[in-house]
Ligand binder design. Structure first.
Ligand SMILES: Cc1ncc(COP(=O)(O)O)c(C=O)c1O
Length: 449
């Protein structure tokens, strides 16, 4: 090994050690691997990745199509096959959008859009908890830092103040000029499982920004296939169609496969393909993937998709009720299902929006278990055979173990899981009481099974 490699290895090891010391997770991705535990942690919301109908539809298709493997080139060369365009047209129609651009992943779609579409003189406003891939894209864009703004997560009042401020400061570009205000939100934020107050945000944009000078972007990663008529997403659920300019749907979560799609205008699509190298100049998605995604779309938009969504809502309700019953008597310094009151809105605009969003809870498969002992709880769940992971500061402000339920979780699986969490909480109460302190990380309770 050369001296340089040794120095580099040491530098990289030091960074990982520092990461761990400052509380950031450092994952061991080389095992041990859990063998098919009941799934309470993946993004496979409709359980499509293991769905036998999807498998059957794909295998039938695969046996009959002329091309299956590879794509042979990039979009601007030999990769631009008819199958590609056909699927994009289907997706554009499904997402009720003028056009659609398939991308290698949701992250690439976000990064490609934000790094390339905003033009000098434009302003970006992001929810503070926007996914890293959009933030990375914005960093690579032509928009200087002082033209990029964030507002407090899901706070309508903070968004309104931010937009008013932006319009005052950049009056010349936006109100009198040719600039555009871009606004980025996610439909459902996957850390706390909370929906964006999209209705209020869109309404404020329409009231304050001169017509034609705003571009609202919604990342539908966690609602695609799950919410709205035929699983078209949150924007469709709200009936917002044209009031949102670009929607990004990931196809690796409820869709059971992989990839991402930007549902947007034909101009944005054409511009991205020509000007975003990461989208136009990369080998296209293989034919096989196009076939799987066509089959996923057949299921999601058909009666089986509706059945899976109905079942998911039932599982969400069942799990929330049972967790609530089993955990409600534990104090918040052990475990809670709701955020501490210091995180609740104190502004009227926000209270109204929060109440409206609370009605959507049965549609959020993400249920955070809020606990200062998140690492301990996750370790316990892993010892009990679950694929759990903790989210702790500085990744999140309030540490949690994020539970995600799925269409194929059975009531018996939920019962066992809830029992396991309650067992941990009971043991933790005793440990904390014995030690006479509230916030302490203790590990070592063995799994009750
Ligand atoms: C909100 C959000 N956007 C985008 C992505 C990226 O999607 P993909 O996994 O397809 O790259 C994720 C993935 O977790 C996400 O949570």
């Amino acid at each position: 090994m050369s001296v340089q490699e040794t120095a580099l290895s040491k530098a990289l090891d030091d960074i990982l050690t520092h990461r761990k010391q400052s509380g950031l997770p450092v994952f061991s991705i080389d095992g041990p691997f859990l063998s098919s535990p009941p799934d309470f942690f993946s993004n496979d919301y409709l359980s499509l990745s293991t769905n036998s109908l999807l498998r059957e539809l794909f295998l039938r298709k695969a046996a009959s199509v002329p091309r299956l493997f590879g794509a042979t080139g990039c979009r601007l060369a030999t990769g631009n096959g008819e199958d590609y365009r056909n699927l994009e047209e289907r997706l554009a129609h499904f997402f009720q959008s003028p056009d659609a651009l398939l991308c290698t992943s949701g992250s690439v779609a976000n990064q490609g859009f934000w790094s390339t579409v905003p033009q000098p003189g434009d302003v970006l406003i992001f929810d503070q908890l926007t996914h890293f891939s959009s933030c990375d894209g914005a960093q690579l864009s032509q928009i200087p830092k002082d033209m990029q703004y964030t507002f407090e997560h899901n706070s309508v009042s903070s968004f309104k103040r931010c937009l008013e401020d932006v319009l005052k400061k950049h009056h010349a570009q936006i109100v009198q000029g040719t600039g555009t205000v871009f606004v980025a939100v996610e439909s459902l934020y996957s850390i706390d499982g909370d929906f964006s107050p999209l209705e209020d945000i869109v309404q404020i944009v329409e009231e304050l920004v001169p017509k034609g000078h705003a571009h609202v972007f919604v990342d539908e990663a966690h609602t695609s296939g799950v919410l709205g008529p035929d699983g078209r997403g949150y924007v469709a659920h709200l009936g917002f169609g044209e009031r949102v300019h670009t929607k990004m749907h990931t196809l690796g979560k409820a869709w059971g496969h992989q990839r991402g799609v930007l549902a947007t205008s034909s101009t944005v699509r054409k511009y991205l393909l020509n000007c975003c190298k990461a989208l136009g100049y990369t080998t296209c998605i293989a034919y096989m993937d196009l076939h799987v995604l066509n089959c996923s779309l057949d299921i999601i938009s058909g009666p089986k998709g509706q059945e899976l969504r109905d079942t998911l809502v039932h599982v969400v309700r069942y799990t929330r009720t049972h967790l609530d019953n089993a955990l409600r008597h534990f104090p918040a310094h052990i475990l809670s299902l709701s955020l501490p009151s210091t995180h609740l809105p104190d502004d009227d605009l926000d209270r109204v929006a929060a109440a409206r969003r609370a009605e959507l809870k049965p549609y959020s498969p993400v249920i955070p278990l809020i606990t200062p002992h998140a690492i301990d709880l996750a370790d316990y769940l892993v010892r009990c055979g679950y694929n759990a992971a903790a989210l702790v500061y500085p990744v999140v402000n309030v540490s949690t173990v994020r539970v995600i339920v799925h269409a194929e979780n059975t009531e018996a699986e939920v019962d066992r899981f809830v029992e396991t969490v309650a067992e941990w909480a009971t043991a933790k109460m005793q440990t904390v009481a014995q030690e006479g302190q509230h916030v302490v990380e203790v590990s070592g309770e063995s799994c009750g099974r």
